[in-house]
Ligand binder design. Structure first.
Ligand SMILES: Nc1ncnc2c1ncn2[C@@H]1O[C@H](COP(=O)(O)OP(=O)(O)O)[C@@H](O)[C@H]1O
Ligand SMILES: [Mg+2]
Length: 556
């Protein structure tokens, strides 16, 4: 086994190039040509840090093919990344993104294709090879030792471990990287105490320690809060500025636009295109990603109607743990208005939604719909008043999995005309109504009689929307309406909500996806620690401000 590569530092003090052997006796391989000493770095500290020439292609993959049985996950992929760029790898679930980077990181071998690093063809047969070649990967699932400290976990991940980096040096370097890149982690914290964001930071540190010139992150924001996401983006920008090549996998268009310099779009294992981010738009990216045309569902600016539908006054709601989850919340919702409810999970949004849908009794306060008190109304009463509910957990709350698609479609109205005739149900009426709904809402199902649980997530959600909105409700309470759905399904669902609001429905939408909140909302209410800390018109809001409000860093 070869030793890890070490670059040749070019010390500012000498203005020259030191021989490799002066730095690490016995090191045998040089990947990359020159390096620079970072400010404050000691020459004898066994630096494995390199800054390639900005713009130079550091990694290139040509004609990559990988099949799993009959599934061709990567089908002739060409991909390259340059020093100093953040290169987004965009694609829907199953497009082949993870497979590609696992090949680059030596977890999978490709069936065909070549990988070049610094222009030279290489064999990457294991993650150790990848690290030796300057490729680092931030894993989605963290591989950390809980009882140990941050510093110990970083050291454990290093080739040569403690021999190469004694503990104090590991700590010093963590502190330095933290200050250089704005990473927020304390080397002495124990892993079990820290957040998912900090765990991810450890993975990033490991990549930096191993001297990665290419840093791969596979859907890194999935586990992060908006504030942590902003910090990560800032760190990645700084890394790119220092010459690292960052490969950033995502299926979120907003992240591509916000963060990347270039983007390669994958669809069904093939490259659809590679473009400069500044030359593209969400619309174009969405089309490339899903193929064919989709018209993105986005709210244009709107006027408030001034006609109040929902009025919530001083509402307090107890949470499951016996503490007040919603504290003295007041707001109004107009007809035709979409109010986005933003917040980090667990700040009272769920309890507020449950109180407004009759699933949880408030402790105090008042709720009115068009002037009628409904503070303690049950779900069925609310439904009969025209309140539709799109719950967060569609499998548990929205459908009965073992009932058929038709039965689920009439679940909230089978006792009404025309489905009920005296004491029996009119199957014919139910069937024809179901056919209509399946058609109108594009529900993909083998038949009307298929058990609902067999449908994909997107089609279950279409079913729920068909059922809840076909009679044009007065108000819709939607909880995470598109979470876990693919781009096309999510777009359809958002389009449906917009259509209902255009028809006059008031919509309260709780979502953890800030992009979605910004796409649809007229106003954005931010919850933090059970309170609505502010309500901002969408057109005056920035993600940064909403993120800060969510984090409790700002108040009115
Ligand atoms: N280890 C595996 N075994 C079998 N099929 C796999 C494996 N890994 C990925 N696939 C399949 O390859 C395709 C691409 O998957 P993946 O690369 O994970 O996509 P993405 O990361 O873009 O969501 C999918 O159809 C997936 O089911
Ligand atoms: Mg993936």
């Amino acid at each position: 086994m070869e030793k890890p590569y070490i670059l040749i530092p070019e010390p500012p003090s000498r203005g020259g190039i030191i021989s490799l052997k002066e730095v690490i006796p016995g090191a045998s391989r040089v990947a990359g040509k020159f390096g620079r000493i970072l400010a404050g770095e000691r020459l004898d500290s066994k630096i494995v840090e390199e800054e390639a020439e900005i713009g130079e292609i550091v990694l290139e993959a040509r004609g990559i093919r990988k099949a799993f049985g009959s599934v061709v996950a990567n089908d002739g992929i060409d991909f390259e990344v340059k020093a100093g760029e953040i290169h987004a790898l965009l694609g829907e679930n199953g497009a082949g993104k993870t497979t590609l980077v696992k090949i680059l990181y030596g977890i999978y071998r490709c069936d065909e294709g070549a990988i070049r690093i610094g222009g030279e063809e290489v064999e990457i047969t294991s993650p150790t090879d990848a690290r030796d070649l300057g490729i680092g990967m931030v894993h989605q699932h963290f591989m950390l030792v809980d009882p140990n400290t941050v510093a110990e976990n970083v050291a454990l991940g290093l080739p040569g471990g403690r021999f190469m980096f004694p503990e104090q040096e590991v700590k010093d370097r963590i502190k330095r990287y933290s200050s250089v890149y704005g990473l927020k982690v304390d080397p002495d914290d124990r892993v079990w105490q820290i957040s998912a964001g900090e765990k991810q930071t450890i993975e990033i540190l490991k990549a930096l320690f191993s001297g990665a010139r290419v840093i791969i992150l596979d859907e890194p924001t999935a586990v992060l809060t908006p504030i942590e996401t902003a910090d990560l983006f800032e760190a990645l920008r700084l890394m790119a500025r220092r010459g690292k090549a960052v490969i950033f996998i995502t299926h979120k268009l907003g992240e591509v636009i916000e963060l990347s310099d270039r983007v390669t779009v994958l669809r069904k294992g093939k490259v659809v295109g590679c473009i400069d981010t500044r030359d593209t738009s969400r619309e174009e990216l969405a089309r490339m990603m899903v193929g064919g045309r989709i018209t993105p569902s986005v709210r244009e600016s709107s006027e408030r109607s001034g006609k109040t539908v929902l009025e919530v006054d001083g509402l307090s709601v107890m949470g499951d743990r016996g503490t007040m989850a919603v504290r003295n919340v007041s707001f109004k919702l107009d007809s035709g208005e979409i109010l986005g409810l933003a917040g980090v999970a667990g700040n009272g949004q769920r309890e507020l939604v449950e109180a407004l849908t009759g699933l949880r009794s408030p402790v105090s306060g008042r709720v009115e719909i068009e002037g009628t008190g409904v503070t303690y109304a049950d779900p069925r009463t609310l439904a009969s008043m025209g309140v539709a509910y799109i719950p967060e957990d569609r499998m548990e709350l929205a459908i009965v999995g073992d009932l058929s698609v038709s039965e689920n479609l009439v679940l909230r109205k089978y006792w009404q005309e025309p489905f009920s005739k005296g004491i029996s149900l009119d199957d014919g009426a139910i069937e024809s109504y179901a056919s209509e709904m399946i058609e109108e809402y594009n529900i993909v199902t083998p038949s009307k009689d298929t058990p609902a649980r067999k449908l994909s997530g997107g089609n279950i959600q279409r079913l729920v929307l068909a059922r809840e909105t076909s009679r044009h409700p007065k108000m819709i309470i939607a909880s995470h309406p598109t979470s876990g759905l693919d781009v096309k399904a999510a777009n359809d669902i958002r389009g449906r909500l917009l259509e209902e609001s255009n028809q006059g429905a008031s919509i309260l939408m709780d979502s953890e996806d800030l992009d979605e909140i910004f796409m649809l909302s007229d106003r954005i209410a931010v919850m933090s620690k059970g309170e609505i800390v502010d309500i901002v018109p969408r057109d005056d809001a920035t993600k940064e401000r909403i993120g800060l409000l969510m984090g409790g860093a700002l108040s009115k």
